[in-house]
Design a protein. Structure first.
Length: 366
């Protein structure tokens, strides 16, 4: 049986393959100016992490919404000329609900980004884009997260090129930057293993975990929250750096283990000031950074990756640490819990058999 760690170790090879298969013109997005992205869970976190890249290289306006809330309370804005539904499994009932609402009210083009091109979501959209990563059988997605992130970056390049905002040469330059970052993933895993050996005792004994990020790495902080909650199963939260300063810092105490996610940015000094202030009040302050440094309690990736691409590397340590901390605490991640959750709560739609309609689509309320 494959483990979460197995999929983490596959990420570099999987992303390299996706990059090698990239095509600029396999879908027409030349007229897009406003894009609505619907995603939940890790897919939503990946979209948050990709938003800066999409808006910079396309350039377009991107709005990201939770599909359940959108399906019941959202407004279909006339300015949107593309809707992208991101669901690795393709079975998210709320995402399918939201697409159905949009299709009922407008003729805007809808696209699904999924790893399963035979999944329920493919039945309700105009076009399907394959994540090209295969199926991830472990519920705590890792390879699926980074492949979603990379595919969103590549989608941004398609937009920029087709909208004549990027030349072919500029696209090639961006692809080279992505390729360089991807080739650093195995090195990041190795460095995280070393960091884990140094911090194993305190992380294993930890009971409260917090990650703080900025810019595109707000998405990384939220994915930390998702991964640690799913695996370590203790209170874990991810915050934007300034948001943490408006209330959440007041609960800081010596049980809190804080991770500061940093990369070269004008905001970096703000993050470091917060870390320096809190260091004497919390159990530990760690820094996960792309830069080279000899600072204590720091995992240095020693990468010159640009800020807008940095989530591709900065999420890897949290995936690895989530697995190791959970395992070290004696949690068997191969043991399924809440087995009937999707069935009872109808959060996922099962695949249909033969030519039968999807059984849960009648649950959609528009």
């Amino acid at each position: 049986m494959k483990t979460m760690l197995d999929y983490i170790n596959e990420e570099q090879a999987a992303l390299t393959q996706i990059l090698n298969q990239f095509q600029l013109t396999d879908t027409d997005v030349s007229k897009v100016t406003h894009c609505l992205i619907l995603a939940t869970g890790s897919s939503h976190n990946a979209c948050q992490a990709a938003k800066v890249y999409l808006e910079e290289v396309a350039p377009i306006y991107v709005e990201i919404q939770e599909p359940f809330n959108f399906a019941h309370y959202g407004k279909v804005d006339d300015r949107f000329d593309l809707v992208v539904a991101v669901s690795q499994s393709g079975k998210s009932a709320s995402t399918i609900d939201a697409i159905a609402k949009i299709k009922n009210q407008t003729s805007v083009k809808t696209v699904a980004l999924t790893s399963d091109v035979t999944s329920p979501i493919t039945e309700v959209v105009d076009e399907v884009l394959d994540l090209k990563m295969g199926l991830e059988t472990v519920g705590f997605v890792t390879k699926g997260y980074t492949t979603t992130l990379l595919n969103l970056f590549l989608f941004g390049l398609k937009l920029g090129y087709q909208k004549h905002q990027l030349t072919k040469v500029e696209v090639e330059e961006e692809l080279a930057k992505l390729a360089k970052a991807i080739q650093e993933i195995d090195s990041v895993i190795y460095k995280t293993e070393q960091f884990w050996q140094k911090t194993k005792k305190e992380l294993t004994e930890g009971t409260r975990f917090i990650a703080i990020g900025y810019g595109p790495n707000i998405g990384t902080a939220k994915e930390f929250e998702t991964k640690f909650t799913e695996t370590v199963r203790l209170p874990s939260q991810g915050f934007e750096v300034e948001a943490y300063m408006h209330g959440p810092y007041l609960e800081a105490d010596t049980t809190h283990l804080l991770f500061f996610i940093e990369n070269q940015s004008p905001i970096q000094a703000r993050s470091q000031a917060l870390r320096n202030y809190l260091a004497s009040y919390v159990g530990q302050c760690y820094t996960i950074t792309t830069r080279s440094t000899r600072a204590s309690n720091t995992l240095e990736l020693a990468s010159d990756v640009e800020e807008k691409i940095s989530p591709l590397l900065l999420v890897i340590p949290f995936q690895y640490l989530a697995y190791q901390v959970a395992t070290s605490k004696g949690i068997d991640l191969s043991q399924r819990i809440f087995d009937d959750f999707d069935c009872v709560l109808k959060s996922k739609i099962a695949k249909k058999e033969g030519n039968q309609p999807y059984p849960n689509l009648s649950l959609i309320h528009i």
